[in-house]
Design a binder for this molecule. Structure first.
Ligand SMILES: [Cu+2]
Length: 469
C-alpha cells in the first residue's frame, strides 16, 4: 500500500491552498509532514481512499485533516500555532489554532481504527490535547498535570488509541484552557460506524459546526482572554454571518447536522421550515424510543448534538442560534436602549460636547443594519448580510439551509437566492384598516382600589450603569 503517495494526493484534494510539501521526503518511521490550510473556505468532503470506507462530513468554512496509513495505523499530525483567521471578509483575528486555521481541521476516522496523532506545540506556552468524549487509556486523555506533563513549546507528543465508539466528538487543549480556548484552539472529531448501525442513519449530507466565541474589541485583532461571559463575536467554526457558508442541500436529501459547543454558554439551535430529530448526543446514538421531533435544540457548554431531517421544503431557510444577541456582531454590544427616547434635545446637548455624536436606535436597531457609519478598521457591522429583499439584519451565529430540487447530488455550490413561486410570499395589505375595539374598563382585581386611576401612569426605569466595556 502506498500511503505516502495517497497522503500527498489527498492533501491536494483538500483544496488548492493546502501545502504538504516534503511529505514524500519523510519515511514512515518519521513524523507525517503537517498539512496546513491557509483558506477559510469550505473544503469539499475528503473522500477516503485508504482504510475503511465511510461517507465524509462537510465542515462549514473548514476542512478535514488528511492522514497517512502506517502499518494499519491512521497517522495525523496536528500543529498548535498562532494563526490569522478571517472571521468574515474584511475582518481578521489573531488566534491560536491548528494547522493554519481556527478551529483546527476536523478529524475523521472509523470505529475500530487505530489512531496515532502527533501533536507539535508551536505556541509560546505548554499545551496538550484532550480528546473530548472518547473512550481511551487514561494516559491518552490529554489533561496536563493529571495524565501527562504539558507539551512544552517546540516539543511533539504522540497520542495513540483505538476509536472505540462512533459519534461526534471534539478536541481541545487541557492546559491553560481559559486562554487557549478563548484564542480558538479546538476542533471536531467524527468517528463513523464501521458497518451499518441500527441507530445511525446513512445520510446524503453531513454538516459539522463547532460553536465558538471571542471577545474582540472593534478595531483590534486579538481576543481578550479574561472574558468570562460577555463575548461579542459569536461564531460557527470561527466565522460570523455573513461570512458563514450556507448549508446547501438537494430537495429530499437526508441531512445530518453535527454541533459541538466550546463557548461559555448554551446555544438553542433553531431551524426554520423543517422538524428535526436529535439522533445523537455526547454519549452516542439516541435510542429510537427516546427521540422526539423539535425545531430548536439546546446545545450546552461542552456538549455535542447531532440532528437529522429530510429536507423536503424548498427555500432559503434561516438556521441560527435563537439567542438574539448571538446573531449580532461586535458593534451591537454595549449600546444603550434608545427606543422611545426623543433625541431632538438630547442629541443637540450631546453634540455640543461630542462633535461626532450620532443619534441612533430611536425606533429600534434595524436602522443600524444599513448604517453608513464609519467603522473602525478590521471589524464588521453588528447586523449585516443582504438578502434578496434587503438587509437580513443578522450577524454572528446565523446561516441558511438552502433546499433546491435541481441542486446536483453531492454539489455544495451556492445556488443563489430562492425564487418563491408566485402567490407564496407575504404581501402588504392595501385595504382599509378598521380601528380595533379597545376596552377602557378597570379590571376586576381580587383587591379593589380605593381610588380609581384616572389617567395612565408611565414608569421610566433606569438600570444602574449601562453594560459596556
Ligand atoms: Cu447562541
Amino acid at each position: 500500500m502506498n500511503s505516502r503517495r495517497s497522503f500527498f494526493k489527498w492533501a491536494g484534494l483538500a483544496g488548492g491552498a493546502v501545502s504538504a510539501l516534503g511529505v514524500s521526503r519523510h519515511s514512515l518511521a518519521g513524523l507525517p509532514e503537517p498539512v496546513v490550510q491557509s483558506s477559510p473556505d469550505t473544503m469539499p468532503p475528503l473522500v477516503p481512499n485508504t482504510g475503511r470506507p465511510y461517507n465524509p462530513v462537510l465542515t462549514l468554512n473548514g476542512w478535514t485533516l488528511p492522514w497517512r496509513m502506517n502499518q494499519g495505523v491512521k497517522e495525523f499530525h496536528l500543529v498548535a500555532e498562532p494563526v490569522v483567521r478571517e472571521l468574515a471578509p474584511g475582518f481578521e483575528a489573531q488566534l491560536w489554532g491548528y494547522n493554519g486555521q481556527s478551529p483546527g481541521p476536523t478529524i475523521e476516522v472509523v470505529e475500530g481504527d487505530r489512531v496515532r496523532i502527533f501533536v507539535t506545540n508551536k505556541l509560546p506556552e505548554v499545551t496538550s490535547v484532550h480528546w473530548h468524549g472518547q473512550r481511551l487509556p487514561n494516559g491518552m486523555d490529554g489533561v496536563t498535570g493529571l495524565t501527562q506533563p504539558g507539551i512544552a513549546p517546540g516539543k511533539t507528543f504522540v497520542y495513540e488509541f483505538e476509536a472505540k465508539r462512533p459519534g461526534t466528538f471534539m478536541y481541545h487543549p487541557h492546559a491553560d484552557e481559559m486562554t487557549q480556548m478563548a484564542m480558538g484552539l479546538m476542533g471536531m472529531w467524527i468517528t463513523h460506524p464501521k458497518t451499518k448501525h441500527p441507530l445511525i442513519s446513512e445520510v446524503d449530507r453531513d454538516f459539522c459546526i463547532m460553536l465558538n466565541a471571542y471577545d474582540i474589541e472593534p478595531g483590534s485583532r486579538t481576543p481578550k482572554i479574561m472574558t468570562m461571559l460577555d463575548f461579542n463575536i459569536w461564531t460557527w467554526n470561527s466565522r460570523v454571518f455573513p461570512g458563514i457558508d450556507p448549508l446547501v442541500v438537494r430537495k429530499m436529501d437526508k441531512v445530518r447536522i453535527r454541533v459541538g459547543n466550546l463557548t461559555m454558554t448554551n446555544h438553542p439551535m433553531h431551524l426554520h421550515g423543517h422538524e428535526f430529530t436529535v439522533t445523537g448526543t455526547d454519549g452516542g446514538p439516541v435510542p429510537l424510543s427516546a427521540r422526539w421531533p423539535e425545531v430548536t435544540t439546546d446545545v450546552a457548554v461542552g456538549q455535542m448534538r447531532q440532528f437529522e431531517f429530510v429536507a423536503n421544503e424548498e427555500g432559503d431557510w434561516a438556521f441560527h442560534c435563537h439567542k438574539s444577541h448571538h446573531t449580532m456582531n461586535a458593534m451591537g454590544h454595549g449600546v444603550p436602549t434608545m427606543i422611545g427616547v426623543d433625541h431632538g434635545r438630547v442629541g443637540k446637548l450631546i453634540s455640543e460636547l461630542v462633535p461626532d455624536y450620532m443619534v441612533m436606535g430611536e425606533t429600534g436597531m434595524h436602522e443600524m443594519t444599513q448604517m453608513e457609519m464609519p467603522l473602525p478598521d478590521n471589524t464588521i457591522s453588528m447586523m449585516a448580510g443582504d438578502g434578496p429583499f434587503g438587509s437580513v439584519g443578522m450577524g454572528g451565529m446565523f446561516s441558511m439551509l438552502k433546499v433546491r430540487k435541481d441542486q446536483p447530488r453531492g454539489s455544495y455550490k451556492d445556488p443563489g437566492w430562492y425564487k418563491q413561486p408566485p402567490g407564496t410570499q407575504a404581501y402588504e395589505w392595501k385595504g382599509p384598516l378598521a380601528e380595533a375595539p379597545r376596552s377602557h374598563a378597570t379590571g376586576h382585581g381580587s383587591m379593589h382600589m380605593d381610588k380609581p386611576i384616572d389617567k395612565p401612569v408611565q414608569v421610566q426605569v433606569r438600570k444602574p450603569g449601562t453594560h459596556s466595556h
